[in-house]
Design a protein. Structure first.
Length: 247
């Protein structure tokens, strides 16, 4: 469902010159699986996710998402992917319901289907309490849940989450994690990027660790434990990414 093939993204900076944010990145995610893409700030993971979501174009290499090429068929990719960025903004004067419905119409859904999908997402993400309140009064958790719902209103086959529980309290974060797990159970393909290693341990079928734009390691949690001799995911991450950073 997702396959990256030698993805590379280069930026030019006046002071630093050429910056390779992503370099020769290749990996594959099967339907009904959750792929954890991990990296420290500046490691290239968010750039990689934006390339897959067609928000950026690769300098070289390509990827297919839901069977469509991100370079040749970006509109078809966007129709089949839901991308939750770390800084998804909401228009304060709209209610959560109005926000979600607006994005449903952007994706060409009829009103009756939008209403049915909002009801289902409200059930799954516990939105009912604030569904008809304006977003300007929302807590961080309410905003994030609304952002997730608007991202997924068109029921995409592929979901990309970039730090979906950032800033959430324990109960809100648990609700998001539960929802992501349910997405996998329905056969969705999920890429999940987070700094919360306990979420990685709970959710991810395969884990990729990126540093300096390059994929350093890719395996199951059990495989990474065997490779590093560490049991805790945080220690595994530090052992792999930290060694590269020092080098």
């Amino acid at each position: 469902m997702i396959e990256a093939r030698s993805l590379t993204k280069t930026f030019r900076d006046k002071k630093r010159g050429e910056i390779r944010a992503v370099e020769d990145l290749s990996f594959r995610v099967e339907p009904g699986r959750i792929y954890g893409l991990l990296g420290a700030n500046g490691a290239g993971k968010t750039t990689a996710l934006r390339l897959l979501a067609t928000l950026l174009q690769p300098t070289s290499g390509t990827a297919t998402v839901a069977g469509f090429d991100v370079v040749a068929e970006p509109a078809r990719v966007r129709a089949n992917v839901g991308f939750l960025a770390t800084s998804t903004a909401l228009y304060g004067r709209l209610t959560a319901r109005e926000t979600i419905a607006y994005f449903g119409r952007l994706n060409g859904l009829p009103d009756a289907e939008i209403a049915a999908r909002i009801q289902r997402l409200a059930d799954e993400l516990d939105l009912h309490e604030f569904l008809d309140r304006r977003c300007e009064k929302f807590s961080t958790g309410m905003k994030q849940k609304t952002s997730i719902a608007r991202t997924l209103i068109h029921d995409p086959a592929v979901m990309i989450f970039d730090e979906p529980t950032l800033g959430l309290d324990v109960m809100a974060a648990r609700s998001v994690v539960r929802f992501v797990r349910e997405c996998r159970a329905r056969g969705k393909t999920v890429i999940y990027s987070t700094h919360v290693m306990s979420e990685v341990e709970k959710l991810c079928d395969t884990i990729g660790i990126i540093h300096g734009g390059r994929l350093l390691a890719e395996d199951t949690l059990a495989g990474l434990r065997a490779r590093t001799g560490e049991q805790d995911m945080e220690e595994i991450f530090v052992r792999i990414a930290g060694t590269e950073a020092v080098a």
